[in-house]
Design a protein around this ligand. Structure first.
Ligand SMILES: Nc1ncnc2c1ncn2[C@@H]1O[C@H](COP(=O)(O)OP(=O)(O)O)[C@@H](O)[C@H]1O
Ligand SMILES: [Mg+2]
Length: 457
């Protein structure tokens, strides 16, 4: 298998002809060949090969070839030779996205800037496009994708099914429908690598890692759909619990529960835009409040051992590790943000008064000259946890957002794993470069998954 970066141009001819410049013919050992299979995404045709007297790596596709395999544009792209006779252009990478509101010039709503950034990063090495579920034509096996033009605007082009799909569908609810599951399955049936599969639920992740010794030592004791008896037992054992909606995000609906044998039970949570602290003299009245607000069975909740996090100025801090799989299929912590809770807030979310810091800054304030050592340790744990999630998960993963905490003894804990992590940490001026690196990892991993990799360029 060999990989060559080529400049693709089009010619007017109506026969199926591919012109290859002499250096390309030579490097692919095609001198004397009469015809090749030429492929883009999942579409292949056979074309006559003709030599082109030019220096450099050039390939000219006749109009007929161009239309048959639906090459979206001219310019530099990779040529992958698989076996003697097959030349594949690409890779063709689709980013799956959507928005409730669809209109030009922001077809993906508030996510449009991110999609644009990603396509821009991708277009240097691949045919990168965005699409929504409605843009796929399964009968014809084509997608009406959104490509970027040179002015940064979107242009629609119909292309074959891609070599890889990066899933950024934003709606957790829409993803749970049967139609949405069968939509994802169709890509797998076409042997198209697809990542990430869906959002995670907290209880699914805890359950998935339930038997994984490596991961378990970093997971707080967690119980899904806790009975009142179980809650009581956990409060007595740990004196401190987090009570969280299993499909929640952004800190919504989270309670911090504490038990003092002499003073009773305390529940801290966010109500509207303020933080509330309630005291209950007995366990039953605490449960009545929770059941009153969330239903008698608490079936959508997880009860979790509370961790005594390191603090700055009396406010807990935790960390977002934005993990990517790289071009060699290994997990890397590509971006790390530290988050300091707002005063009196149950979580560290910026929306709830939290503030974003670099991990170096946060850790040096909490651990002094042991900061570097702690950061290295947390990075190692983040990789181990990502590997553990991956080996216990039946679908492909390429990106994860881990919410990690470090306790006062220096132990690292995972509160949740997000399969479609937000990118708010990259807004911090000191983390912008990591934001760019994150895009580069997505691209490299797509090249890896489509096997467009390991060339001599
Ligand atoms: N078991 C826990 N111990 C201490 N703090 C916790 C615990 N669980 C969550 N937190 C705090 O609450 C925040 C939000 O919890 P998380 O599980 O990430 O839920 P969400 O989906 O709402 O982001 C965490 O980032 C952390 O600051
Ligand atoms: Mg979180």
């Amino acid at each position: 298998m060999s990989l060559t970066l080529c400049n693709v141009q089009f010619s007017q001819q109506s026969d199926r002809v591919v012109y290859l410049s002499n250096p390309v013919l030579k490097s692919l050992n095609l001198a004397g060949k009469k015809s090749v299979h030429i492929k883009l995404g999942k579409e292949t045709i056979t074309a006559t090969v003709k030599p082109l007297k030019r220096q450099g790596h050039h390939i000219y596709l006749s109009a007929s070839v161009r239309q048959s395999i639906r090459v979206p544009k001219s310019g530099n792209v990779y040529l992958l030779q698989d076996g003697d006779n097959e030349l594949q252009l690409g890779p063709l990478v689709g980013v799956l996205c959507d928005s409730g509101f669809r209109g030009e010039p922001t077809p993906f709503g508030s996510r449009t800037p991110f999609i644009r950034q990603l396509l821009r990063a991708g277009e240097k090495k691949a045919y990168f496009f965005a699409f929504t579920p409605r843009d796929v034509n399964w009968q014809q096996e084509t997608i009406n994708g959104y490509f970027l033009n040179s002015q940064g605007g979107f242009v629609r082009k119909v292309v074959p099914l891609p070599d890889v799909v990066y899933n950024r569908l934003p709606s957790r609810r829409a993803e749970t429908t049967a139609a949405s599951a069968s939509f994802r399955d169709r890509f797998i049936k076409h042997k198209i690598p697809f990542f990430n599969w869906t959002f995670f639920n907290k209880s699914d992740v805890y359950k998935m890692l339930d038997k994984d010794v490596e991961a378990l030592k970093h997971l707080p004791d967690s119980v899904s759909k806790p009975t009142p008896e179980k809650m009581k037992e956990m409060l007595e054992k740990h004196q401190f619990l987090y009570f969280k909606p299993t499909a929640g995000s952004l800190g919504i609906g989270i309670y911090r529960l504490t038990y003092h044998p002499k003073r009773g039970y305390f529940a801290r949570f966010r109500k509207g835009s303020s933080n509330v602290l309630l005291r209950f003299s007995n366990f039953n009245s605490l449960m009545r409040m929770l059941q009153g607000r969330h239903g008698a069975t608490l079936s959508h909740y997880v009860s979790q051992q509370g961790i005594r996090l390191i603090e700055i100025d009396g406010c807990p801090i935790d960390f977002r590790f934005h993990m990517h799989k790289d071009g060699n299929n290994n997990w890397v912590p590509a971006g790390i943000g530290a988050k300091k809770a707002g005063r009196g807030s149950v979580t560290t979310h910026v929306k709830n008064g939290g503030s974003l810091m670099t991990p170096e800054n946060a850790l040096s304030r909490a651990f002094g000259d042991r900061a570097d050592e702690m950061l290295e340790k947390a990075k190692e744990v983040s990789i181990k946890l990502s590997e553990a999630i991956e080996r216990n998960y039946p679908h492909r993963l390429g990106e994860l957002g881990l919410d990690l905490g470090i306790d006062k003894d220096g132990e690292v804990w995972m509160f949740e794993a997000n399969a479609k992590p937000g990118r708010s940490i990259f807004k911090h001026p000191a983390l912008k470069e990591q934001g760019r690196a994150s895009l580069a990892y997505i691209l490299d991993h797509c090249l890896y998954l489509s096997r467009f990799q390991g060339g001599n360029n």
